[in-house]
Write a protein that binds this ligand. Structure first.
Ligand code: KG4
Ligand code: ZN
Length: 357
């Protein structure tokens, strides 16, 4: 009799889980230098906790070994904080989504191992998420008063490691139609910032100074690349030679022209990005346009997208600031779409530094 009632309660719990309306997903992101955990209820975010690693600033870039050690220290407190902030109990979590790649392997391993252990302990499914899918699907997180893109749409995904134009046909059906052949747009910002003497990551600092500068003061070379692809390595070289020449004549050149330099560099990077985005929109006949990734936090790029929307009749989608740079909310929403389709990973899953869309 006792065995029967245990069996009955087990079946009822299972049925309850299958029938229950609300799905709660824990998302984990650890691909680079941010340890993040988020709790998603259906398509609404209940919490999105991010521990950024300051340690890399003094090195001028992310040091992989230091990043994985910091993830190891941060992961449990960050997950606990996300659960607490969401006001749920961990037994309510229906599935765990984590970044499988692309990213720094040592960093990815921390999030992946944590997720495997959590899934096993809680007896819940896990979803292995492509970080780049996450950036794109951040647009489907509920945000009051903001619409969500309709398929198909184009997403300019610009981060520290990637620069892509993605043709998004469905939640989990995406095609990269253009990408950088060398540096990413975020790298172009960060490397230019380093030449100006800014700490890492310099992108947000260029953005800040650019707001006070003249974008047309200095002209830098723009690449001529076929199709929808990008190139940014030439820009860095062109800035380097320009600065070397100017500093020879005036050692104070950077300090005296900082705002104009930032505005002109930012203007050039945005012009390179917008040229290809416009070309893709025109050739594919798609006017639903989104931006995603860390560089989509850039105020100049956000403004350029809005201006093009007015001129070209685009319907544009710009993510909330907190969902632009790396975060677990975007991993959780991607995991939710995988959960709905029952696309689950098993315990043999491993992190992958390189992962195609
Ligand atoms: O998506 P993300 O947080 O991490 C990667 O997956 O790479 O992107 C980080 C990149 C960095 O290169 C950073 O400098 C850049 O995004 N970034 C910005 C701004 N905020 C972040 N670049 C320009 N302007 C910003 N406001
Ligand atoms: Zn990213």
């Amino acid at each position: 009799m006792q065995l029967f009632s245990v069996f009955l309660s087990y079946i009822l719990t299972k049925i309850n889980k299958l029938n229950k309306k609300d799905i709660i997903i824990l998302g984990i992101e650890s691909s680079c230098d941010d340890t993040s955990a988020a709790i998603l209820k259906n398509t609404a975010i209940l919490s999105n906790v991010i521990a950024s690693q300051k340690i890399h600033e003094e090195y001028g870039g992310v040091v992989p070994e230091l990043a994985s050690r910091a993830h190891q220290q941060n992961i449990i407190p960050v997950v606990e904080a996300a659960i607490k902030k969401a006001g749920i109990d961990k037994s309510q979590i229906d599935g765990i989504a984590f970044t499988k790649g692309p990213g720094l392997l040592g960093s990815l391993v921390v999030g992946t191992s944590f997720s495997k252990a959590f899934a096993m302990a809680m007896n819940i499914p896990m979803m292995d998420v492509n970080h780049m899918h996450g950036h794109v699907l951040a647009h489907f997180i509920d945000d009051e008063g903001k619409g969500k893109p309709s398929f198909p749409f184009l997403c300019l995904t610009v981060s520290g490691g990637h620069t892509q134009i993605v043709l998004v046909k469905d939640y989990l059906d995406m095609e990269v139609i253009g990408s950088t052949i060398d540096d990413a747009a975020g790298e172009a910002f960060d490397k230019s910032a380093k030449l100006l003497g800014f700490p890492y990551p310099g992108g947000p600092l260029i953005d800040k100074h650019a707001q006070r500068g003249n974008p047309l003061k200095f002209e830098f070379s723009k690449p001529q690349i076929a199709g929808f692809d990008f190139s940014f390595s030439g820009l860095k070289t062109s800035i380097l030679y320009f600065l070397q020449k100017q500093i020879k004549e005036n050692p104070q050149f950077i300090e005296e022209n900082l705002d104009d330099l930032c505005a002109s560099i930012q203007h050039t990077i945005i012009a390179i990005l917008m040229k290809k985005l416009k070309k893709a929109s025109k050739e594919l006949g798609i006017k639903e346009i989104a931006i995603a990734g860390g560089v989509s936090a850039n105020s100049g790029l956000r403004k350029a997208i809005e201006e093009h929307a007015q001129q070209l009749g685009w319907k544009t989608y710009i993510p909330k600031f907190e969902y632009c740079t790396d975060n677990a909310a975007m991993i959780a929403i991607t995991g939710k779409f995988m959960f709905d389709k029952q696309i689950f990973a098993d315990q043999s899953i491993a992190a992958t530094a390189r992962l195609e869309m």
